[in-house]
Design a protein around this ligand. Sequence first.
Ligand SMILES: Nc1ncnc2c1ncn2[C@@H]1O[C@H](COP(=O)(O)OP(=O)(O)OP(=O)(O)O)[C@@H](O)[C@H]1O
Ligand SMILES: CC(C)(CO)[C@@H](O)C(=O)NCCC(=O)O
Ligand SMILES: [K+]
Length: 242
Amino acid sequence: MLLAIDVGNTRIKSAVFEEDSLIERFDYFNSDFFEKTEFVLNKYQKIEFIVVASVGKLEKNDFLKFENHAKVFFVTRDLNFPFRNLYKSPTTLGIDRMVLSCGATLKYPNTNRLIIDAGTCITYDFVDENNNYLGGAISPGIRLRYEALHNYTAKLPLLKKQNPENIIGNSTQESIHSGIVNAVVFEIDGYIDYFKSQNANFIIIFTGGDTDFLAVRLKNTIFANSNFLLESLSQTFQYNQK
Ligand SMILES: Nc1ncnc2c1ncn2[C@@H]1O[C@H](COP(=O)(O)OP(=O)(O)OP(=O)(O)O)[C@@H](O)[C@H]1O
Ligand SMILES: CC(C)(CO)[C@@H](O)C(=O)NCCC(=O)O
Ligand SMILES: [K+]
């Protein structure tokens, strides 16, 4: 058994795997990190490996205290990845983007892949059919946009994300929901349309904390899988065991 841990910018997501099957997933905040991880390790005593990717505040040292339970495998850029990294600044490419690209390359061979992760940030990553990682885009995620409008203006309230009723918002609240949710949907559909116009043979993978909220609103057909990063962590580990 393996425990995959994705330390994101806002939350920690983890999942227990038996072979390639996801048995149970746990989401928690940094403040609960130690207790929750201990809880999972005690619940699943058969966990042999803890596989971690962190873009957040936790470092490898923070995980070594679990070594009495299981071996810690911390994902870094020095591991083997199944793609050629053509990013111009490879040493600053996010580990989460590398893990997503690894999972997509292994799961969907011989095709162009676009991976969209709608979390704190929305990231777009492109791995071509010859397994070249080319890069993509980083934009602010939904919650970040709501907070930015509130924090950098005098009058705009902080709202919880909500489906806009219309494109034309007829109140302050509706204008904000439209300006954020519709804009994110237009953005994602726009990237997908561009990608489709450039590639005949392709797959689009959609993941992140806003997967379910957004997937139903996109006009394009995509593979929505909110566990894709966790599954890719397990795949990255296995790829490096060979
Ligand atoms: N319980 C929750 N807490 C916080 N955000 C949530 C929650 N459920 C859904 N979300 C949505 O998920 C988005 C954040 O995504 P996610 O949880 O994947 O971010 P994250 O932990 O920072 O991960 P990453 O850094 O990989 O993007 C927010 O825009 C928010 O709308
Ligand atoms: C873009 C984020 C914040 C998304 O989690 C992360 O992948 C990151 O910190 N990336 C570093 C910059 C880059 O990927 O080019
Ligand atoms: K993200």
